[in-house]
Write a new protein. Structure first.
Length: 290
């Protein structure tokens, strides 16, 4: 015998008890296509929506996990903490709050690790800390990482994610543009390799300095990359900008990027670049495994 249930005339609003039965942090909604997915599955997919391929932002630690060979990361300068040179209102308190919520001392993590068996010096910016803004410590950590790459004759890879210069540090923040660019010029003169990977968003003083100075410039799909905002540019030039303006795809089309790389392919693309630039190391690696 088939049993039919009577269709309810009105939709019911879940009680607070019913809501609490669904574990917090179980599901997530895609910001682009609004698809609902299990966070566990989303993480397996490297935080990329399997419906529309939207690339969600990553923490610095997730980025390192997805990029480096397992168990190879050695962090540099983790204890560096920004001061308050301008005595900017509430800056100390806001920085302290970010340190608590992100468990980071600053907006970038730097260190040494392996990608596809190749030793690299790597930096990963984290937009959760002051929107990934570039202050004195960010500039100092990047500069030290570059100097380490020069000293050890290793490639330097930097994942950018930033709102630009940190206004609470004023000119001290702006000075980091010249500081990091000068360090990269020394790396270039020594014949070193710098791979810049721009993620969403990479803007302001970061896009205008080290992020755009790679020997090879890569980006994730649909990443916002640019200096000033769309509205400011439109008001200045009094023209309507294309819909895809300041996206990674737009920059690739106009010659400002070498390749747009899907997150699932990023480690393999980086490994291939390293194999091309360091054939002797690749040959030695094959001999060690042979």
């Amino acid at each position: 015998m088939r049993i039919f249930s009577k269709k309810k005339k009105y939709a019911t609003i879940p009680s607070e008890q019913a809501k609490q039965e669904v574990p917090e942090g179980l599901m997530a909604k895609c910001p682009q296509c609004k698809s609902i997915m299990y966070i566990k599955e989303l993480k397996k997919n490297k935080m990329v929506c399997d419906q529309c391929q939207f690339h969600n932002r990553l923490t610095a630690w997730d980025r390192l996990d997805f990029t480096l060979d397992e168990g190879t990361f050695e962090e540099f300068d983790s204890s560096l903490v920004a001061g308050d040179p301008l005595k900017f209102p509430d800056y100390k308190e806001k920085s302290a709050k970010d340190r608590d919520t992100t468990e980071l001392n600053e907006a970038i993590v730097t260190g040494k690790g392996k990608i596809g068996g190749f030793d690299v010096i790597i930096g990963v910016m984290d937009a959760r800390f002051r929107m990934g803004s570039m202050g004195s410590v960010v500039g100092e950590k990047i500069t030290r990482a570059i100097e380490r790459a020069i000293k050890e004759n290793l490639p330097f890879i930097l994942f950018s994610a930033s709102g630009g210069a940190r206004m609470q540090e004023g000119v001290f923040s702006l000075m980091q543009m010249a500081k990091t660019s000068t360090a990269l010029n020394r790396l270039h003169e020594e014949g070193g390799l710098f791979i810049s990977v721009m993620t969403h968003p990479t803007t302001g003083g970061v896009s205008a300095s080290f992020a755009s100075l790679g020997d090879i410039n890569l980006a994730e799909p649909a990443a916002l990359i640019g200096f000033a905002g769309r509205r400011i540019i439109e008001q200045t030039i009094r023209q309507k900008l294309p819909e895809d303006f300041q996206t990674a795809e737009f920059l690739l089309k106009h010659g400002q990027l070498d390749k747009v790389v899907h997150r699932k392919d990023m480690k393999q693309v980086l490994t291939t670049i390293l194999e091309i630039h360091f054939p002797d190391a690749h040959k030695k690696k094959e001999e060690d495994h042979g």
